[in-house]
Design a binder for this molecule. Structure first.
Ligand SMILES: NC(=O)c1ccc[n+]([C@@H]2O[C@H](COP(=O)([O-])OP(=O)(O)OC[C@H]3O[C@@H](n4cnc5c(N)ncnc54)[C@H](OP(=O)(O)O)[C@@H]3O)[C@@H](O)[C@H]2O)c1
Length: 245
């Protein structure tokens, strides 16, 4: 049984580890190649785009893939639509592993917006020092904003030709703790956060720290995902594979 995992997330890495323990299962993890030093999953790895849904369909056939699991980040929408289309083309069982969204609870001050571009327009007027925790690829919409200071955190530096707002770049990789996030927000005197609703535990500490400190969060909602089989955690994805052995 040949399983292709579309990865780039902690869940995808954990899933590869679990599936490799199943007898008769071969696992290949696919990474987009964005991160300079990715946390490499166990098993075989391939890196780089497939060339759209047609390219992915060709890959699935040429490599005799039996099951396709899309465990990409909830904001990596394009690859998810390509995966769904390619699986349909080839007639392959296809599963999406999508971790649940964070839910707003008492004490959270969220302003929910549809896109990163909308987030750049929606920041509270009072916010002068803003923590941007949206990765490095979508910082450009904030570049024209000149009356605020930004702390931008990402794993790798943004591309040299990407326009950036004024502020400081912080290179770091989660998981982050509540103590370290609280300290960071205080040290930089942050008064608002921009975040994607990524879900999961690894980056939730900033949400808790903001709640404690009473800071507003401009929360970018997830893009639409294709229809299809979907699970919320790694054990459920393992169970889905076992049913097909
Ligand atoms: N977007 C985020 O906020 C975020 C956060 C953390 C991790 N990631 C991870 O980073 C990767 C890239 O994210 P993105 O937002 O740029 O994705 P995207 O917009 O959905 O995908 C853009 C293109 O990148 C290629 N690609 C994406 N994921 C791939 C994978 N796992 N294996 C092979 N090719 C892949 C595909 O190229 P082709 O069309 O040529 O096949 C896809 O069309 C994803 O794998 C995702 O899991 C993303």
């Amino acid at each position: 049984m040949q399983v292709l995992i579309l990865g780039g997330t902690g869940d995808a890495t954990a899933l590869a580890t679990h599936l490799l323990q199943l007898p008769g299962v071969t696992v290949t993890s696919s990474l987009a190649g964005r991160t300079l030093q990715p946390s490499a999953p166990v098993g075989m790895i391939r890196i780089g785009g497939f060339g759209g849904s047609n390219g992915l369909a060709t890959y699935l056939q040429e490599h005799c893939i039996d099951l396709l699991i899309d465990a990409t980040h909830p904001f990596a929408a394009q690859i998810s639509w390509h995966a769904a289309a390619a699986a349909t083309t080839v007639g392959l069982p296809h599963l999406m592993l999508v971790r649940p969204e964070w839910q707003k609870i008492v004490g959270d001050r969220w302003l929910e917006v549809e896109t990163v571009e909308a987030a750049a327009q929606a920041m509270p007027k009072s916010a002068k020092r803003v923590f941007l925790t949206i990765g490095r690829q979508q910082l450009a919409p904030f570049a024209p904003i000149t009356d605020r200071w930004f702390l931008m955190r990402s794993i790798d530096p943004p591309a040299a030709d990407l326009p950036l707002p004024s502020g400081e770049l912080l290179l770091d990789r989660g998981p982050f703790t509540l103590d370290s996030e609280r300290d960071l927000l205080k040290k930089y005197e942050i008064d608002a956060i921009v975040s994607k609703n990524s879900g999961g535990d690894a980056t939730y500490a900033k949400i808790m720290a903001a709640r404690e400190l009473g800071l507003p969060i401009v929360m970018v909602q997830r893009p639409p995902m294709p229809q299809g089989d979907r699970v919320a955690d790694v054990p459920s994805a393992v169970a889905w594979v076992k049913q097909r052995l």
